[in-house]
Write a protein that binds this ligand. Sequence first.
Ligand SMILES: C[S@@+](CC[C@H](N)C(=O)[O-])C[C@H]1O[C@@H](n2cnc3c(N)ncnc32)[C@H](O)[C@@H]1O
Length: 302
Amino acid sequence: MNNDTYHIPVLLEESIAGLNINPQGNYVDVTFGGGGHSKEILKNLVTPGHLYAFDQDADAERNIIDDECFTFVRSNFRYIKNFLRYHNVEEVDGILADLGVSSHHFDEEERGFSFRFDAPLDMRMNTRATKTAADIINNYTQDDLADVFYLYGEFRNSRQIASKIVRARAESPILTISQFIELTTPLFKPQRLKKELAKAFQALRIEVNQEMQALKEMLEGAIKVLKPGGRLVVITYHSLEDRMVKNLFKTGNIEGKLEKDFYGKVISPIKAINNKVIIPSDTELNRNPRSRSAKLRIAEKL
Ligand SMILES: C[S@@+](CC[C@H](N)C(=O)[O-])C[C@H]1O[C@@H](n2cnc3c(N)ncnc32)[C@H](O)[C@@H]1O
């Protein structure tokens, strides 16, 4: 499999421009995937410039780039600060995060990310992790299940979904995508079925991979390791991620609480570079429909 089929990079030019690369600086791509963004960053670097790329998925390792300016770190990006320190890096000039899963995840049937296929309910990005989507569906309490669908899928009928799952699993475990679809389809409006299933899968995926917690920790770590003037560039794909990033870039904290000093000046370690979110052009959308929900935000460390 080549990189073109693994994943087409999204908002490539815009995100590289946002990094404002210093050729001899240290950079981090926390979501390596098919390496599309990393390759573009490397084109702009010369020794001693260096790029550290993180991915928690073993499959991404097949895209590792043979370049003396490149180091791959197989880890969850929530540990960004510790792993950089392990590589003797205390400060960096720029960090790029292109969140979520890659096309590779959706296209690999057995990973269980896509409702286009029937497969075990898995959805782990890190296959060394123990909790799968099936574990959540079969073991979470009804209240916890309702919370997952409400918080991460924004379903108004989350309690109904949870109750149906709990009743069905009392008869026999729910282990496959087809079982899950058969069970939940009657709860969704037929004309919105694909959208609702996509949201339900997104909710499970976020919980399996603890995506919101990992994002919060990565963003907090990223701000700590950025040099003054360093750039943080983030591409999000759903409103929950985007809200967290937007809050942070506006106020300096995830909650979005404005803190001001005695003179009324906002106290924040970063400032947003683009107040208006950057989205893919029509040309990019035509070329790569999977880029349609992408939103790019850029901030600078003060
Ligand atoms: C949208 S893809 C990135 C694609 C990449 N920019 C490219 O051009 O090919 C996101 C990647 O980040 C990885 N990922 C998501 N969450 C992660 C986390 N918490 N820690 C490490 N890697 C993560 C996924 O495994 C996936 O390969």
